[in-house]
Design a protein around this ligand. Structure first.
Ligand code: GDP
Ligand code: MG
Length: 203
């Protein structure tokens, strides 16, 4: 047990930002990474970021892939999505089209991951622009309920719920990993570990 803990580097949780162009994927990422609101991030630029954070007392690393439309190419998209352990699916509350587009992102993710329980949060961004709201809270919540995922409204501008969505998603990813570990241990990993353990004991 101790060797397992000692050998492991901090857990790495891989998050992918998806959603239509202009909804604030980069602004949310940069607000989380650097605590600043970037208004004019290059719209076609996809980038990845890594940060050490403390998640419920445990030091972990978060890897964020901020996508930027390249996922229109199926091969690139599938590669991106395959590498993700959790998804923030972002739309802008000021743009109904971006809300509708989340359905396609959800379908593509499920197709690639083949698992409905993939950590996933539906994020309604630009919550500070209340007078321009085009997607009702009720509609967004209904969509999330149908998918059995959380719905959170954020503002990359005021920081409202920005840390929350990343931390909540990491918690989901962590829970999913523990689940998978538990399952695989009870199947084929366990005997292998046992053999190692017995060898040690004999030596
Ligand atoms: P992306 O294409 O999804 O990466 O979107 P960007 O992060 O580049 O944001 C597009 C535009 O929306 C930029 O001008 C941002 O300043 C603006 N924006 C992003 N998030 C917010 C927000 O929460 N509130 C407001 N008012 N503007 C935002
Ligand atoms: Mg962007």
């Amino acid at each position: 047990m101790t060797s397992k803990k000692g050998a492991a580097s901090p857990s790495l949780h891989k998050v992918i930002m998806v959603g239509s162009g202009g909804v604030g994927k980069s602004a949310l990422t940069l607000q989380f990474m650097y605590d600043e609101f970037v208004e004019d991030y290059e719209p076609t630029k996809a980038d990845s970021y890594r940060k050490k954070v403390v998640l419920d007392g445990e030091e972990v690393q978060i890897d964020i892939l901020d996508t930027a439309g390249q996922e229109d190419y199926a091969a690139i998209r599938d590669n991106y999505f395959r590498s993700g352990e959790g998804f923030l699916c972002v739309f802008s509350i000021t743009e109904d089209e971006s809300f509708q587009a989340t359905q396609e992102f959800r379908e593509q993710i499920l197709r690639v991951k083949g698992d409905e329980t993939i950590p996933f949060i539906l994020v309604g961004n630009k919550s500070d622009l209340t007078d321009r709201r085009a997607v009702t809270l009720a509609n967004a919540r209904a969509q999330a309920e149908e998918w059995k995922v959380p719905y959170v409204e954020t503002s990359a501008k005021t920081r409202e719920n920005v840390a929350k969505v990343f931390f909540d998603l990491m918690r989901e990813i962590r829970a999913q990993k523990m689940d998978t570990e538990g399952n695989s241990k009870s199947k084929k990993d366990k005997p292998r570990k046992k053999i190692k353990c017995c060898k040690c004991a004999i030596l």
